[in-house]
Design a protein around this ligand. Sequence first.
Ligand SMILES: Nc1ncnc2c1ncn2[C@@H]1O[C@H](COP(=O)(O)OP(=O)(O)O)[C@@H](O)[C@H]1O
Ligand SMILES: [Mg+2]
Length: 570
Amino acid sequence: MSTAEKRDFRISNNMIFHLVFSQAGTIAKALGELVMNAQDAGANVFKVTMTNDSFEASDNGHGFRSRQEIENWFEELGFDHSDELHQEDGRFSRFGLGRAQIMAFGSTDWYTNTFCMSVDIKARGISYELKADLPLVAGCTIKGQWYEPLSFTDLSNALREFEELIAFVKIDVEVNGKVVNRKNVKWDFETGTVQVKRRDTGGLQVYNQGVLVKTYPAYQYGSGVVVSKVPFTLNIARNDILHSSCNVWKEVRTLLRADAVEQATRKPRLTEDQRMLLLTQAVAGELTYEEIQSSAIIEDVTRRKWKFEKLFSGPVTVHTEGTRGQADRIQQSKLAFVLSPSMMQDVCVENPEALIEALERIVNRNRPLYPRKINYVPIGQLIAGNNERYTILPEKELTKTERAALGAIKRGMSDLTLAVNLTVHEKRRPARDVFIGESEHAKAWTDGSTYIVVSRKFLADNVRDGFRGFSGIANVLVHELCHDSNTATGHDHGAEFYEAFHDAILGRFSNLVGSGTRTMTAHFLGRAQKEGLKFGRAELRDLDREAEFERELLDETTFVDEVQAVAMAS
Ligand SMILES: Nc1ncnc2c1ncn2[C@@H]1O[C@H](COP(=O)(O)OP(=O)(O)O)[C@@H](O)[C@H]1O
Ligand SMILES: [Mg+2]
């Protein structure tokens, strides 16, 4: 015959060691518990002084008022909190364990009213010595000796962590004689449960009634500080919120997320965190396509950001193989829009097909009947079909017009070179030689230091368009001048490059781009006339007009001369 009996679990004395030593994270956390106890005891100030060897913490609350209170609430760890005092609203008090944290870091004497409790767990184990009938100490004062002396770094780190931890508690907290907690904060908004201050960067620091619990990454709830007015439900170490059981947090997180999303969607330019916030929320189905469609959250291979609509402007690929240069070229030649490989991590998928699917799901969530499809092409196919050949044409193979254009470009190059070198490369570099060449897609390419090749096709498209045409040519030349590596073997158009190009075109010396263009146009027109190059009638009329304009302008070169003088002198 089998028997069954009901038996209760017990807890071993050993567990008390864990409650002391395994609960405590840091000295700052342990001191934070003392601040919470002080506030619970009705104190309006908590003072702490700290040295490498010792500390003293005191509050002006009611202290432990009787031997009974000490036996009930000091002696017993995890005591029952159902009595009236411990049920009062707004108390931090919850587990009956916080006071033990500091006992892990040193021996302590707790002076309170006419009592003193002395604890030294390392030397005397899990016990304390209780003295009574001592001179009165109002409130509670704890004097401690660290078990391990603190280095100056430890000490300063502990203080810094402590100040951040208790930054928003109600009572005054004085560290070495100075009040450190933040009063008179201007909150961005406030509800019955929380105060919120937004910041531009960093995570979201969540404070439980003024005491820091944890910091959430900015892509979850945005950046800033949130301080609850009512308690969150926390774990024992008070360094996490119990998400499933904490209704306050459920309410607050919805509010924070909505606020972060609203901030992000209002901005034309997102921070990386805001972009991640919108993207992850869209993937999770928390945001509709309509809510995110005007935000630039799609990242291409050059790290530029686009709206979702870009995915429907033509073929789309993901850069998973080939060099960055090849991927870049596929995008430039408009073969396909190339998504950055990091988009896969952003939406937590392993391969391009899954990425495309995830993106389509976002777009189609509210339009199941007429789903839109992204025209996805694996990048391997595109690389195979885009093996660019680059040829430089010898002078004798050039047409008369090309030769005239080349001569004109060479004359304009010194101004363009100066425009780039003065703003971008920060030193004077030798001018690059110019050639004409053949390539299917590239308008021009360079070895990054000694030469630039302009494609025959691109030249032909522009050379007969007077000043306008040469402006296009000049911009491409400036683009190539900004590259300091070989662009025929694969190159980046990363943020750095865009910045360089931006500076060259819009920088202090950008007038030089204009004057270089002018020089090119004037020389080309001059030679065209001299050599009697054939143009169509409309082209001729246009050219005449440009020539007239050029003649007027050629006299006033003062600005350019000035800049050149500066450059020569430096
Ligand atoms: N500075 C203090 N002044 C008065 N009473 C205190 C003080 N510190 C602790 N206590 C009492 O000791 C109890 C135990 O504190 P603690 O271990 O931090 O657990 P909890 O705060 O969760 O109850 C408190 O509930 C409170 O009754
Ligand atoms: Mg406590």
